[in-house]
Write a protein that binds this ligand. Structure first.
Ligand code: FAD
Length: 660
């Protein structure tokens, strides 16, 4: 069999076999590596010549992959070699488990201390980083259109969790803008030059769907594109119709182009909503008739130039219409379905946007865990006692660690399911909704808890947690608002329009819980007078939507963790974390009294503690963590790099006396 060795340089003589073995033994090893599904892999050393040594991150995550696999993945050998990148091929059955490891975290753009920059310097940096990422991954239009493993690798790259503004740019640019254009490329070769520019991020693509007055009811947008003899006139009829959110300013030296959703008006008739390609700005200024109002910052988040964009009778050529057939102006027979079809990329976005939050949960677990291990108070005999000694400190750390491990294991498996074209498209979308809801809500429970347990340090920008917590609020809304996604899915499940594959109730307590909640609500619906549009449905059933969708997510994630043989302490702590969310059910129907729940939790945490340091390193996130509080040495280095105020002023004598 042919093998490609993904090595950038020959094995340097100074790296002995012994040193290599030592590097491996110190490194984190993903639990899956010992499993049969990783049997195709053979660890080989990959040497980072620039560092002149084996780096831990590489020593473990380097494998032989066959050229066949590379061809199947559309990966070209020179690319991987030149980028010093590696692939983990966990299983031929699970291509989305491919993970790309790279050295982006060592790149100067990711070494910058963003907390010392001005907001605009940070925005400029996020655009540069987004370009670096795209140039590293070198996606093709078909990678984006069909969401290839390389596309998922980019979305799941832990580097994205370092800069959510960058991820926001990329999610709209790649997932939505290039994604929407990609399926028309065959019949619309005129889009190719634009798509090529977008793929290099020479031009930034933005996706203007939402209007200030029409968010979740974006089906009712008001922007118009009126057909004329030589194209279209794009217009914002009133303030409420201005496009809301996407960053459309010309302030960062990058040309921008938008896909703008507008109502197609032909001969005075509304023919439904369509996308139009609209140049927004060049490197310096807005195009004629396009107005961008920059919004103030979103509290506590990584800044971006979020804006309100409007159009004043902007003339567009006929080719601006995003359609395979430029002359099809017909009114769709099923307007709502046609609208969903136009915005098809958002459904994939629902799946993609939670990815960085899994890395963020891991990072927060790592930061809180390491801090709690070295932060000490003085005990009775003046001996230092790490704060991790306290159960109140242990819980948030083991909780976030277990959630990070379980979500990290489950996410690629859900991508497999959601990408499987033989599955009903509604079920595929349901899986996206379940995973987004589960990841986001876990994130919201873990992160503030750990951050608070890091005291004042947990509130600072340089320690990541407070900012990522705020950034997390955006993802809950963008590309499918979690609550309304759950309402739709839950209603459809109760009306039995389709089913999602759930683990057998006998498999685990969490699976029993999910089945029980679903059945309980089905029974409730039957007992109600009226249908799913009734007041009773609105008042009694809708508020349960998210809880039940989350319960399904918990059961699925736990099932995946069981099948992947994640360590028992991780499974147990995860189970306890889920039980904490609905203790009444577990007491009423799960056979666990409140006291049983406490004892169960105590045992789970106790079992996890002896190997906590190793579980933290198995999260494989340390290289993406810049928070200085992870060790005393790092903190001291960080402090030494901060500006110090000194001076030669001498207090006046009277002032000194007054003070005395
Ligand atoms: C970080 C970020 C990036 C974004 N990027 C883009 C982008 O690239 N392109 C773009 O076009 N837009 C973008 N948006 C905008 C986003 O699509 C909208 O914010 C989203 O659709 C919600 O609209 P809204 O904020 O107007 O909320 P609203 O529509 O005002 O909804 C507010 C709340 O009302 C309730 N609600 C509304 N409808 C229902 C219902 N049917 N049932 C029950 N409750 C309901 C829910 O509680 C909901 O949270 C972005 C938003 C964020 C936060």
């Amino acid at each position: 069999m042919e093998y490609a060795y993904l090595s950038r340089s020959p094995f340097p003589p100074q790296v002995s076999e012994e040193l290599f073995q030592r590097a491996i033994s110190r490194s984190s090893i993903h639990p899956l590596l010992d499993k049969p599904q990783a049997g195709k892999l053979l660890p080989i050393p990959l040497i980072d010549a620039s560092l002149g040594r084996i780096s831990n991150l590489m020593a473990v995550y380097v494998y032989q992959i066959t050229l066949d696999m590379m061809r199947e993945l559309h990966v070209s050998q020179p690319f991987w070699e030149s980028q010093s990148c590696m692939i983990h091929w966990f299983s031929a059955k699970h291509p989305y488990r491919i993970a790309m490891s790279n050295e982006l975290h060592l790149h100067p753009l990711f070494q910058t201390k963003v907390e010392l920059l001005t907001p605009d310097e940070r925005v400029a940096l996020s655009y540069k980083r987004a370009r670096l990422l795209l140039q590293t991954y070198r996606l093709t239009p078909s990678d984006v259109q069909f969401c290839s493993p390389k596309f998922w690798s980019l979305m799941m790259d832990p580097i994205c969790s370092l800069d959510i503004a960058m991820f926001t740019i990329l999610a709209a640019h790649v997932g939505l803008t290039i994604g929407t254009l990609s399926r028309h490329l065959k019949k619309r070769p005129d889009f190719k030059p634009l798509v090529d520019r977008l793929l290099r991020l020479d031009t930034v693509g933005i996706y203007l769907l939402t209007e200030r007055g029409h968010g979740l009811d974006a089906f009712n947008i008001e922007t118009t594109a009126t057909k004329t003899a030589d194209g279209y006139i794009l217009h914002t009829p009133r303030e409420e119709a201005a496009k809301f959110m996407p960053a459309s300013t010309p302030s960062f030296g990058i040309p921008k182009v938008a896909l703008v959703m507008a109502r197609l008006i032909v001969n005075g008739e509304d023919r439904g909503s369509r996308f139009f390609v609209v140049p927004i700005c060049n490197e310096r200024e807005m195009y004629y008739g396009v107005h961008s109002v920059r919004l103030p910052p979103r509290s506590g988040t990584g800044p971006l130039d979020f804006s309100i964009t409007s159009f004043d009778h902007v003339h567009l050529p006929p080719t601006a219409l995003v359609a395979s057939d430029l002359f099809d102006f017909s009114t769709p027979a099923h307007p709502l379905e046609a609208w969903w079809d136009e915005i098809w990329r958002i459904q994939l976005g629902t799946m993609a946007v939670p990815a960085p939050w899994i890395s963020a949960i891991k990072a927060v677990a790592y930061i809180g865990g390491r801090y709690s291990m070295h932060r000490c108070l003085l005990g009775k005999r003046s001996e230092p006692i790490p704060i991790l000694t306290f159960r109140t400190q242990q819980w948030p750390v083991v909780h976030a660690t277990a959630v990070g491990a379980v979500m990290g294991n489950w996410f690629p498996l859900v991508i497999d399911q959601a990408m499987n074209r033989s599955t009903d498209h509604r079920v595929r979308h349901a899986m996206s909704v379940i995973v987004k809801t589960t990841v986001c809500r876990h994130f919201q429970r873990c992160v503030p808890e750990v951050a608070e347990r890091c005291g004042a340090q947990g509130t600072f920008e340089h320690n990541y947690m407070a900012r990522i917590e705020n950034d997390g609020k955006g993802v809950i809304i963008a590309e499918g608002d979690v609550l309304t996604l759950c309402i739709r899915l839950f209603s459809e499940l109760l009306l039995q329009r389709y089913e999602v594959p759930m683990p057998d109730p006998g498999e685990s307590l969490l699976a029993r819980h999910a089945w029980a909640l679903l059945e309980e609500n089905k029974a409730l619906l039957k007992s109600l007078k009226g249908d799913h549009r009734s007041d009773a449905f609105n008042s009694l059933i809708l508020p349960q939507s998210q809880t039940v969708v989350e319960a399904i997510g918990h059961a699925l994630a736990y099932s995946a963790a069981l099948k992947s043989d994640l360590p028992q302490p991780i499974l147990d702590v995860y189970e306890c974390a889920v039980i904490r969310q609905d203790p009444a059910w577990y007491s009423e129907q799960g056979g666990l009294s409140r006291m049983d729940q406490r004892i169960h939790e105590d045992a789970a945490v106790t079992s996890m503690l002896p190997k906590l340091a190793s579980y933290l390193s198995q999260l494989d996130i340390d290289k993406y963590v810049n928070a200085p509080i992870v060790s005393d040495a790092r903190w001291k280095d960080y402090l030494a790099a901060l500006p110090v105020h000194t001076g030669n002023a001498v207090p006046e004598v009277e002032f000194m006396q007054a003070m005395l």
